[in-house]
Design a protein around this ligand. Structure first.
Ligand SMILES: *Cc1c(COP(=O)(O)O)cnc(C)c1O
Length: 392
């Protein structure tokens, strides 16, 4: 069931779901247990093993079912699921980098990746790192050193929506003898499958589109078994970043509808982006699905079924007006996170220490909008009435 024989939607529904042998229930039950019964003679047990059922930190039924589903959807050999997307990012960085190694990372990564690679690993663990604009492949190449072991990219990047050419970044990494890891959270495997484009490690925040309903946190890393086994041993069993069986079950349920949801998110986001673009008080709209986005043609070559549901935009407005605009929204909720069923907006960046790294348009503050699954017309109407009430 996990292989290529069936289409993406079929695998989203079926892979990892099992008929329960004990009851005949057609849905896998949630196995909420910390430990599993030991064999008659446990003296040869490896208490750090991630195979077999011993202790839930080392893996359990629901975690493995979710791993199987995600590995299949990503077209990867293996997958490990962890407690959060950041546990997955740190699982990659701490497993594959050691003192004296060098890593290159994008200047448009998720804030925790920036903290880990710009501050924690260099300051406490002697890892050298260089930040680069990975949307410019020459800049990425120039950042590589003889001791570069890992290149980490994120595309489309959070929150700038900058696009990096995955195939070109893979080539730069492999020419340097380094691994290429990519945060694929904004696209999800329905839109981009980095493993099929040569990426060694794909990171997903399951909290976002793969779960899709804003009610559970999780993360995943997808790659070759030899790499995933190392993350499992280090980041899961020994550092303890395990996901709970309950969250794994919730995420597997959400993932069954990933293709339907992503199609709708992408279609509605493009409509919202076009609406915003036509509004005179809007300074800029960043969405790779718009023809004039600088990454549009690269996005078309590595994103299928649309460009996802997240966009950023800026207004011709001062600090107070920015907040007033949000206060007039009736349907759209002011909250962080993205990839939920409901539309979310967050005002960002006025005082962001990374502002100098963002494209110039982003200066002076901007919104990140995660377009949800409501009727696109209702989302647009909500924005329109808030513009009018704010006098924009
Ligand atoms: C949210 C997010 C993460 C972190 O995931 P958590 O599940 O919140 O830990 C990582 N990368 C991207 C692109 C994200 O949007």
């Amino acid at each position: 069931m996990g292989g290529k024989k069936y289409g993406f939607a079929t695998r989203s529904v079926h892979v990892g779901n099992e008929i329960d042998k004990h009851t005949g229930a057609i849905r896998s039950p949630i196995t909420m247990a910390n430990s599993y019964v030991l064999p008659y003679d446990p003296s040869d047990m490896n208490w750090s093993a991630a195979e077999g059922n011993i202790y839930t930190r080392n893996g359990g039924a629901n975690q493995r079912q979710l791993q199987e589903k995600i590995a299949s959807l990503e077209g990867g050999e293996d997958c490990v699921v962890l407690a959060t997307g950041v546990a997955a990012l740190s699982g990659v960085f701490f497993t594959f980098l050691k003192s004296g190694d060098h890593a290159v990372f994008g200047d448009n990564t998720y804030i925790a990746a920036y903290r880990l690679l710009n501050e924690l690993l260099p300051q406490k663990y002697g890892v050298e790192t260089t930040m680069a604009d990975t949307s410019d492949i020459e800049a990425l190449k120039a950042a590589v050193r003889p001791n570069t072991k890992l290149i980490h990219i994120e595309t489309p990047g959070n929150p700038t929506l900058k696009v990096t050419d995955i195939r070109a970044a893979v080539k730069v990494a492999h020419d340097a003898g380094a691994l290429l890891s990519i945060d694929n959270t904004f696209a999800s495997p329905f839109i981009t499958r980095p493993a099929e484009l040569g990426a060694d490690l794909t990171v997903e925040s399951l909290t976002k589109y793969i779960n899709g309903h804003g009610d559970a946190m999780g993360g995943a890393v997808i790659g070759k078994k030899e790499h995933i086994d190392r993350i499992r041993a280090e980041a899961m069993v020994n550092l303890g970043g395990s996901i709970s069986p309950f969250n794994a079950w919730i995420i597997a349920r959400g993932a069954a509808t990933l293709p339907l949801r992503m199609r709708q998110h992408s279609e509605s986001a493009l409509k919202v982006a076009r609406f915003l673009k036509a509004r005179p008080s809007v300074r800029f709209v960043a969405y790779p699905g718009l023809e004039d986005h600088p990454g549009h043609s690269i996005a078309k070559g590595q994103m299928e079924n649309g460009c996802g549901g997240v966009l950023s935009f800026g207004l011709k407005a001062d600090h107070d007006t920015h907040n007033r605009f949000v206060s007039h929204l009736k349907l759209i909720i002011s909250a962080v996170s993205l990839g939920h069923d409901e539309t979310l907006i967050v005002f960002l960046g006025e005082n962001d220490e990374r502002m100098h790294l963002f494209p110039k348009d982003f200066n002076g503050g901007f919104y990140r909008l995660s377009v949800g699954l409501e009727d696109a017309e209702d989302i647009i109407d909500d924005l329109r009435q808030a513009f009018e009430l704010t006098g924009l």
